[in-house]
Design a protein around this ligand. Structure first.
Ligand code: PRX
Length: 651
């Protein structure tokens, strides 16, 4: 786990008086939720519009399989779009879209309703219906959101695959969930140039060959670049969706209807298909968005910089914010295109008030220097959020001071793809935040730090982070792998019924929680979750590699970085720089550029215990430049000296 230095007396920042005075959620919420959890969550569910009311808040009789808002029926897209139009807010901007080349489009809720309805009709005409799976592989363009909502509207389950993932990764996801339709685009803009997407879909489908479950590929035209087209399967979005009727009556689905599957890295090489359903998920996303951002939908302009390919984009660009009817910014590109002030320029231009980003981005901006944001007017901002990885106190203080002008509270929000909603976070009108701490579980949420036996650790101690009670947006299972669902999250502390989060944490002297990072073989690189074994599998799939061990080593900017140690197969060929470059590209091809190792060291042997288990802890010591710890359990302790030597040579 990452070692975060926790100051002995951390600085605290009291909530701004004006924010506290008009805060959406006050301290009473904790007690209210504690004394009557069902009543509390029922109240939060009333933020949504139900076609049929629920008869029970939570059925936990088949734990850990939860049913929330039993018998309730609703349509997620109706809740995110139509009801705002029906309430007379059709002219309100849902999205200020900013394309990377500088093109902009404002989309109102009324326009969004028409677009989603057209897309819903188009999907139906392609034979997609309730219970079908649709893979979405798109850049950050409005059509990505329209596609997700169109699926939700007709009861199809979407699985959004991050555009940075490779054809191989896309193929395995399509195969695992048996997607009938893929929605993609010719490409998107990245760093000032068109970056193609459709060819990866073609490669994925040809890899699947006769096993491919896909009937059609719907292609959005974004860059206008040439794309090969197969008339048997491929269709242009502007033809099929463009010609469809904007009239569509949404059908109500059961609260437990599968809304989406999001693949995420676990401790084995095979990504897990995390399943979220409708009523509880939408309640959890909408409530936390309202509470943690102190959202005032009539005046706030909100911007979350995540990609919709990750859960943050699902919960805090699409479902939570749209259910709450806010105006937001949607930006296609990178923070440095065409210049390093791009984000601040966007905040100034649209008067963004609530801003949500990741520590990795903040650390990058710190490196670029405060002179850049200082040239923009950021005075519209009133609250800043952080997500995805531990935020070190220095980055927190810089964010608060340079971006937030020392007036905006920073909310450090801990949650996961599995939790669907924020779980541990300050409440901006209540909590005196400490830089580096996610603080306390939100109202209605039970979280604790426990020892090996599941006993709550005393203040000042470290342990495992657990969630002690069910919550509405919790994952329901792993797609077609219920056994792995129980095994991964619910077995470690089965007697206590705790959910095992996979993170280490510390309670400070006041009992506030500091997240220390993963305790399993999952890495966090720039807030992206990667599995060591998935990258190891990618490396050993290269013909020159016999064995590989991957560790996440601390990195100043990206939080952790991928560092790989490989043993080559005997035989000739280049063993030097050219080969390590080739291996890095091979990983990018197998998984995606985000998984490329920062460093690959070729070693003669890997440190293993007598039972043959690789001791990654020792490799991490080497990768982070520390003296190697206790090696007595190694079958051959001299191995570490050889590895350490190679490491200095390759550095
Ligand atoms: O290790 C924790 C880290 O990110 C993991 C979850 O990753 P993912 O499912 O990809 O979701 C990321 C966006 C919610 C967690 O197990 N993590 C997330 N937020 C924080 C964090 N670590 C520390 N502080 C956070 N605020």
């Amino acid at each position: 786990m990452t070692d975060l230095t926790i100051p002995s007396t951390p600085t605290r920042f009291e909530p701004p008086a004006d924010l506290a005075a008009s805060a959406n959620v006050t301290a009473e919420a904790y007690a209210r939720a504690e004394s009557d959890a069902d009543g509390f969550w029922a109240e939060q569910a009333e933020r949504l519009t139900w076609a049929e009311p629920f008869t029970q808040v939570l059925d936990w009789s088949d734990a850990p399989r939860a049913r929330w808002f039993v018998d309730g029926k609703l349509n997620a897209a109706y809740n995110c779009v139509d009801r705002h139009v029906e309430a007379g807010r059709g002219d309100k901007v849902a999205f200020h879209f900013v394309g990377e080349p500088g093109d902009t489009r404002d989309i109102t809720y009324a326009e969004l309703k028409d677009d989603v309805s057209r897309a819903a009709n188009a999907l139906t005409s392609l034979g997609v219906g309730s219970g079908d799976l649709v893979a979405i592989y798109l850049p950050m363009i409005p059509e990505a959101i329209v596609a997700m909502l169109a699926c939700a509207r007709i009861g199809a389950t979407h699985t959004v695959v991050f555009g940075g993932f490779s054809a191989e990764a896309l193929a395995s996801r399509i195969e695992d969930c048996r997607a009938k339709l893929v929605i993609t685009s010719d490409g998107g803009y990245r760093r000032g140039a068109p970056s193609p997407l459709k060819p990866a879909v073609d490669a994925a489908l040809s890899r699947l060959g006769g096993q491919s479950p896909v009937d059609h590929v719907l292609v959005v035209r974004r860059t206008g670049e040439y794309v090969p087209f197969d008339d048997a399967t491929d269709l242009w979005w502007h033809d099929v969706v463009g010609s469809a009727s904007p009239e569509h009556t949404p059908e109500a689905f059961d609260a437990e209807h599968p809304l989406y599957v999001m693949y995420s890295s676990g401790t084995t090489g095979k990504p897990k298909g995390i399943l979220h359903t409708t009523g509880g998920y939408l309640t959890g996303a909408a409530y936390t968005h309202h509470a943690v951002f102190d959202l005032k939908p009539d005046t706030d302009v909100y911007w979350c910089t995540a990609d919709i390919g990750w859960v943050t984009g699902h919960s805090y660009i699409v479902y939570g914010p749209l259910a709450n009817g806010v105006t937001q910014v949607l930006y296609e590109g990178t923070p440095d295109s065409p210049h390093r002030g791009r984000w601040w320029e966007i905040i100034e231009r649209y008067g963004v008030t609530l801003f949500y980003t990741a520590p990795t981005a903040i650390r990058t901006f710190m490196k670029w220097g405060r002179e850049i944001p200082d040239t923009y007017d950021l005075s519209s901002l009133r609250l800043l959020g952080s997500v995805g990885e531990p935020i070190n106190p220095e980055a927190y203080l810089w964010y608060r001071s340079v971006i937030g002008g020392d007036r905006c509270p920073v909310v450090d929000t801990w949650w996961q793809t599995e939790t669907g909603q924020m779980m541990i976070s300050p409440l901006p009108g209540v909590t005196a935040g400490k830089p580096g701490s996610a603080m306390r579980p939100l109202p209605g949420i039970g979280a604790d730090v426990v020892d090996e036996e599941g006993r709550s650790v005393p203040n000042g101690s470290r342990g495992y982070l657990v969630l002690t009670k069910p919550w509405p947006a919790m994952l329901r299972t792993l797609w077609q792998d219920d056994e792995r669902f129980v095994e991964t999250y619910w077995t470690r502390f089965a007697d206590l019924g705790y959910y095992f989060a996979g993170d280490g944490a510390k309670k400070d002297e006041d009992g506030d929680i500091w997240i220390l990072g993963r305790v399993d073989d999952v890495m966090n690189v720039s807030g992206h979750r990667l599995s060591t074994s998935e990258i190891e599998s990618a490396l050993v799939s290269h013909p020159r590699v016999a064995e590989a061990a991957v560790v996440g080593a601390a990195d100043e900017t990206t939080g952790q970085a991928v560092v790989a140690y490989v043993i080559l197969r005997s035989g000739d060929g280049n063993n030097g720089e050219a080969l390590t470059q080739e291996l890095r590209s091979h990983v990018a091809k197998e998984i995606g550029a985000i998984a490329k190792p920062r460093q690959i060291t070729i070693v003669p042997e890997l440190p293993k215990t007598r039972s043959g288990k690789i001791m990654r802890r020792l490799l991490r010591d080497v990768a982070e430049g520390r003296d190697v710890g206790d090696t007595t359990t190694l079958s051959d302790p001299s191995v570490m000296a050889l590895i350490a030597n190679r490491d200095t040579e390759s550095a």
